[in-house]
Design a protein around this ligand. Structure first.
Ligand SMILES: Cc1cc2nc3c(=O)[nH]c(=O)nc-3n(C[C@H](O)[C@H](O)[C@H](O)COP(=O)(O)O)c2cc1C
Length: 217
């Protein structure tokens, strides 16, 4: 696929079909993501691929955690939206309005998004990206670059994708279920698969006008 098309076509897919993703395709896109830049080529990332029974166990555990009211404990702290700077805070608010507008009303938007989160988007595969606990902030930057290349590589293969914080809310369970060493920190999960023909997947998020963020001097 032409590069610009890949970039424009990538968007968050929030509900997947049951169709599995071939292991060779997973290997191919992760191999491409390895070409991402990193501080002194440190390549701090690891990828833990969950599918089938393993992913179902993660899904069931998360659902039980939520029912039990277990407190979330992601390795990257979540900040209250009120504490974010005005610009990103405004963009998040705007995104919320657009989502509600996409559906009939708030209730439909809320229940659809909640169902997507609760089912981990029904993804057939989640690629969990970790970095070592002993890492500078720069490795978080590098993991982000890795994730974006992974998303674009998936798009190029005709796969839908989404990066989620939701999938790494309970790292203790992820360590246990996938046997991930304790010296690894979970950055995010990248879900891949084939998009379900559902309204939630027709949503396209907006972007700010270029002159609001690009500053020449
Ligand atoms: C670090 C990170 C975490 C995210 N976590 C979630 C999530 O938990 N649930 C969700 O529905 N979307 C999540 N997203 C997707 C964003 O909402 C999405 O990227 C943004 O709204 C822009 O839309 P687009 O990806 O369709 O271009 C996350 C994105 C990033 C970069």
């Amino acid at each position: 696929m032409e590069f610009e098309k890949v970039v424009q076509n990538r968007h968050s897919v929030r509900m997947f079909t049951d169709q599995p993703v071939e292991r060779d395709v997973i290997k191919e896109i992760v191999s491409l993501a390895q070409r991402s830049p990193s501080w002194v080529n440190s390549q701090p990332w690891q990828v833990y691929c969950a599918s089938g029974d393993t992913l179902q166990e993660i899904r069931d555990t998360y659902q039980k955690n939520d029912q039990d009211g277990k407190k979330i404990n992601p390795d990257l702290a979540v900040m209250s939206r009120n504490d974010w700077a005005a610009l990103p805070q405004g963009n998040m608010k705007q995104w919320g309005h657009e989502i509600v507008h996409h559906f009939t009303d708030f209730d439909e938007a809320h229940s659809t998004m909640t169902n997507a989160s609760d089912t981990l988007n029904n993804a057939p595969v989640i690629l969990f990206i970790t970095i070592p606990t002993a890492s500078p902030d720069w490795s978080i930057f590098d993991a982000g670059a890795f994730a974006q290349t992974l998303l674009l590589a998936a798009t190029n293969k005709g796969l839908g994708s989404i990066v989620t914080y939701n999938s790494v809310r309970f790292p203790d369970d992820l360590h246990r279920i996938m046997n991930v060493p304790e010296d690894q920190r979970f950055m995010a999960g990248v879900s891949i698969g084939y998009p379900a023909a559902q309204k939630i997947n027709d949503f396209r998020s907006d972007r700010e006008p270029l002159d609001k963020l690009l500053h020449f001097s």
